[in-house]
Design a protein around this ligand. Structure first.
Ligand code: FAD
Length: 407
């Protein structure tokens, strides 16, 4: 008979759920992961940041990720029609990894979930969490699987359900993001790139020559395919009359660099759409639950910070939860919410700076001081929690820097 009572139940087996469940299982807790879908399954969020490597390493998952043969990544490149600027993450202010990978998430998420299962986590695929009830000492979740409906109990719930946002919806914690609503169109292509100026070791972010609120990503994979995506303000998307596929291709044709790189590309699968992806919550934790990764706040994809924040949240939350389950005093506000938000707020300043144009000025400025470039490179590499970096300690410095770059 399957066990019905656990120390911790994790909702969702994406990166935050896999890492959190694995860390807790290694500490000896009985952990169950309930995952709605069957893996491998598609997910967006394919460009990792070097900061992820440290967390994957400490969760004992790095070897499996390295051995999976993903595309090597050492930085980020930015292009407009007449400017090109690149950051090599190995040249950065903070200590730690300077390289990482760009990954097909179907495969990457399965690698992490399989690692968690190997470490003793029970994962049930095809199990959808539909209700949460606080029963005093325990929490009860209602679950719908392909065969039946059942309840499971736990001392604590970690919600790692990503855009499923299970507890924010069930407990009324949803809060509107301060970021404007934007639409993303994306697909995977056979990229066919053999252009001499293309640097396959970097993500390429291109800005639309007509409007700096519109931008594109090109994330190469190690098998000759790539992810391409377009971000545009919702009101601009809504004015359009053509198919998502044609709109994506039409916008790509406006860019000099990306259009040249993708000259021989084959767009051979459907274009997907995500509308209004930025989201927030009123609370990141409660008496018997905490929200990880995208189940909490999601900002914007421009600096590829999503998986990094998801992994950081898993790392921080499991540390606090371990203490709580041992009967020690914990303060989720100062030990989880505040430290997590400190890094999220660094990325927020960069995202705000991107859309108000100040950060684009900094990125494309020709003569940046080497030391300042290293500090910016560190944040772009995901080291948004390193308060020794002046741009982490006080992200508003970006505005001053942009003024300097403009003069
Ligand atoms: P997820 O990876 O979303 O996993 C959540 C899991 O929970 C899923 O498997 C889902 O099936 C499961 N689930 C949902 N509901 C239920 C339920 N009721 N019961 C049980 N299980 C459930 N991030 C990057 O780092 N790099 C990028 O390049 C990047 N690009 C992006 C581009 C776009 C357009 C967008 C919108 C986001 C991008 N992101 C990127 C962000 C990234 O996708 C997320 O931050 C990341 O996947 C969050 O991981 P997670 O573990 O929180 O959740």
């Amino acid at each position: 008979k399957p066990r019905r009572c656990y120390d911790v139940v994790v909702i969702g087996a994406g990166p935050s759920g896999a890492v959190a469940s694995s860390i807790l299982s290694e500490k000896g807790y009985r952990v169950l992961v309930l995952e709605k879908q069957h893996f491998p399954r598609f997910s967006i969020g394919e460009s990792l940041l070097p900061q992820c490597m440290e967390i994957l390493e400490s969760a004992g998952m790095l070897q499996a990720v390295v051995e999976a043969g993903f595309q090597y990544k050492n930085g980020a490149a930015f292009a407009t029609n007449n400017q090109y600027s690149s950051f090599d993450f190995r040249e950065k202010f903070s200590n730690g990894w300077g390289t990482t990978y760009q990954v097909q998430r179907a495969q990457f998420d399965k690698v992490l979930a399989d690692c968690a299962a190997e470490k003793g986590v029970e994962i049930r695929y095809g199990h959808d969490v539909v209700a949460y009830k606080d029963r005093g000492n325990q929490v009860q979740l209602d679950v719908i699987s392909e065969d039946n409906t059942y309840q499971v109990e736990a001392k604590f719930i970690l919600d790692a359900s990503g855009f499923g946002r299970v507890l924010p919806k069930l407990l009324g914690l949803e809060k509107e993001s301060t970021l404007s609503p934007r639409v993303s169109l994306f697909t995977h292509i056979e990229d066919g790139i053999n252009h001499s100026e293309y640097d396959r070791d970097k993500i390429l972010i291109s800005v639309c020559p007509e409007n700096n609120q519109i931008w594109y990503w090109l994330i190469p994979f190690s098998d000759g395919r790539a992810s391409v995506g377009l971000i545009l303000p919702r009101e601009i998307y809504e004015q359009n009359q053509i198919s998502n596929h044609d709109l994506l291709r039409q916008y790509i044709s406006k860019t000099t660099t990306m259009n040249a790189f993708l000259e021989k590309a084959k767009f051979d699968i459907d274009v997907r759409k995500m509308d209004g992806y930025s989201c927030d919550v009123t609370h990141l934790y409660g008496d018997k639950f905490a929200l990880l990764g995208n189940a909490g706040e999601f900002l914007d994809p421009v600096f590829s910070s999503g998986v990094t924040i998801a992994l950081k949240s898993a790392d921080l939350a499991t540390h606090v939860l371990d203490k709580q389950l041992k009967g020690l005093a914990v303060d989720w506000e100062t030990e989880y919410a505040q430290p997590l938000k400190q890094g999220v707020n660094t990325f927020r300043a960069f995202v705000d700076g991107w859309y108000d144009g100040t950060l684009q000025d900094v990125i494309f400025a020709e003569d940046k001081s080497t030391q300042i470039k290293k500090m910016i490179s560190s944040v772009l590499a995901g080291y948004a929690w390193d308060k020794k970096n002046p741009y982490v300690k006080d992200p508003n410095r970006l505005k001053v820097l942009a003024e300097l770059c403009r003069t």
